[in-house]
Design a protein around this ligand. Structure first.
Ligand SMILES: [Zn+2]
Length: 582
């Protein structure tokens, strides 16, 4: 059914020439049951079958289908396009995930000896928990046996994630590293059968203090001082981002798991960083204890600084709450008798601090409104948390005088539609229209890209921050991961990561939905590079799905490109107007 809100799809009556845009030849399909396939046949009057299933062809010759995966015995999509008695065929070969058949519930006991986890080199402290797992039949008994005869059961309904998800035969438990210092065994039994598998020993984490410097610079040497580079630290190896630390921060290294190094944040708290992000310092290196001296609140242009003098960069965490910012400094002691601050600051109402544990300090800043933006940096002798003041907005002309960063997404990478429209080209058209609209409404626009040439993902937020932009909007077109039905999941969505950006994401979403008239998929929290900046509200729009034939065709028209740009411009204007009213 054509969407009446979209421009009509034009008729194309070219030569019959079936093409598959997705999946690529030899693509490894990531789903186990069904997947989508899209492309074009070159003529809107043609008919098409794929693996015998009739697939609608749009007037411009494009198609998309959501089909059962082809069988492992013949992993191909066979396309047959017919026009006026002429037939054209195309075969697209793909690869399928290895089948994971359920292990037999009878007969001789069979287990999967290659499935034992852990399977990487581990170096851990005694109390660190190790995920121990194996594939075994659902009606077996599975237990771990330590070297002193101590045992623990594995269970078949333990939560599993990542590549282990969806495996009905996965048994698992957690064992403290202390019990795994020698090779131990997994014992699988059923009836009279018993299978024993060896679990490799877990090495002891270094006991002599070993320190490393984040940022992987040669030592000695000046650590980089670039506020735009952060090192990501995570609560679990390979897990989600939690801390964004400064290059040059020195941390005690307390373990390893594959490509991740465990570091101490003091007082029993640890985190994981990628091994490439930390450079081991020479043996015997011992950092001076870090003491936070008297903190001060200092107004600077457009912002106010909380300045905390100390001897070296601390690991830290900034958390935002409604009208509040909390700063935690790890591995740092306070010698903060007097907290000097300007008592009538219009942005920061009040600062308080507590020594939370022996070596952890927490500062709490009460703000007069929701945080607008902040930046943490090291100035050579002090840790500075710079709190940005919201811009002064004229409610009649909300964008007047503001600096807006517009980021047309990609290249590199990016999605491609059924007739070959490339996401990066389409969003550049939208971005240029948006730039003109914002300029007409009085804003100064900074484009991260004005040509088809590639701009590195990491450079784009830096362009916005260096321009001191008051908002950053990244423009994209969506495509789905393998296995998701595109007919039920397509439309308009907006993404944010920092709480301070949520109001702008909601305004952007409302603007896009009311101008583009596609399904409202809502506002999402997602850890995207263009949504991570903290210095300004930063959001990402996925206005339409380029993989859908009708939306791709619409994106080729000035009318729909304008609608997308207008939706974003309206969203920005409404967001800043609401700031002006506060
Ligand atoms: Zn994109």
């Amino acid at each position: 059914m054509p969407n009446p809100a979209l421009p009509p799809i034009p008729l194309v009556s070219g030569a019959l020439m079936p093409k598959v845009v997705y999946p690529d030849q030899d693509h490894l399909i990531q789903s186990r049951d069904s997947n989508f396939i899209f492309g074009s046949v070159g003529n809107g009057n043609a008919t098409l079958t794929i693996n015998g299933v009739a697939v609608p062809v749009q007037p411009n010759g494009s198609y998309i289908a959501f089909l059962p995966n082809p069988p492992a015995t013949q992993p191909t999509y066979d396309l047959v396009a017919v026009l006026n008695g002429d037939t054209a065929r195309l075969t697209r070969t793909v690869r399928l995930l290895p089948v994971m058949p359920a292990l037999a519930l009878d007969g001789p006991l069979t287990v999967d000896s290659s499935s034992v986890v852990p399977n990487t080199r581990l170096s851990l402290r005694d109390d660190d928990q190790v995920w121990v797992s194996v594939r075994a039949p659902g009606n077996a008994g599975v237990s771990w046996m330590g070297d002193s005869g101590i045992t623990a059961p594995l269970v078949s309904d333990a939560p599993v994630s990542g590549s282990y998800a969806g495996d009905p035969d996965r048994w698992a438990t957690e064992i403290a590293a202390h019990f795994l210092r020698k090779p131990t065994q997994l014992v699988i039994t059923r009836g009279v059968d018993t299978v024993r598998l060896v679990l490799p020993a877990v090495a002891v984490a270094p006991t002599t203090p070993t320190y490393g410097m984040l940022g992987a610079l040669p030592y000695p040497g000046p650590p980089v001082n670039d506020t735009d580079r952060v090192i990501i630290a995570r609560p679990t190896a390979g897990g989600t981002y939690k801390w964004l630390l400064m290059p040059g921060t020195v941390l005690r290294m307390t373990g390893a798991n594959g490509d991740f190094v465990h570091v101490s944040l003091g007082d029993e708290l640890g985190a994981w960083v990628k091994s490439e992000d930390i450079k081991t310092l020479p043996t015997g290196y011992a950092p001076r204890p870090r003491i936070a001296e008297n903190a001060r609140l200092l107004p600077v242009a457009g912002a106010v600084d909380l300045r905390i003098p100390m001897s070296s960069r601390p690991p830290y965490l900034v958390e935002e709450d409604d009208h509040k910012i909390t700063l935690t400094l790890y591995d740092t002691r306070a010698n903060t008798d007097i907290l000097q601050y300007v008592s009538n600051d219009s942005t920061v109402r009040d600062v308080s601090w507590t020594q939370e544990t022996n070596d952890r300090i927490r500062f709490t800043l009460r703000l007069s409104s929701q945080a607008y933006g902040y930046l943490a940096f090291w100035d050579g002798s002090a840790f500075v948390l710079r709190i940005r003041r919201p811009p002064v907005v004229n409610p009649q002309k909300p964008l007047q005088g503001l600096v807006i960063a517009v980021d047309p997404g990609h290249p590199p990478i990016g999605a491609t539609g059924p007739t070959g429209l490339y996401e990066a080209d389409a969003v550049l058209d939208v971005g240029e229209r948006l730039r003109d609209m914002l300029q007409r409404r009085g804003a100064t626009v900074v484009m991260t890209r004005t040509t088809r040439g590639a701009v590195a993902l990491a450079d784009r937020p830096i362009i916005a921050r260096r321009a001191n932009a008051q908002a950053l909007v990244s423009i994209h077109l969506n495509a789905l991961p393998d296995g998701v039905n595109p007919f039920t999941t397509n439309g308009t969505g907006a993404y944010f990561f920092q709480p301070q950006s949520a109001p702008l994401a909601r305004a952007l979403q409302n603007g896009m939905v009311s101008r583009m008239h596609l399904r409202n998929l809502g506002v999402y929290y997602d850890n995207l590079a263009l949504a991570r900046p903290t210095w300004m509200p930063a959001v990402l729009g996925e206005g339409a799905f380029i993989m859908m034939p009708d939306q791709e065709a619409a994106l080729r028209t000035p009318r729909f490109q304008t609608a997308y740009a207008q939706g974003i411009a309206d969203g920005l204007e409404n967001y800043f107007r609401s700031l002006g009213r506060q």
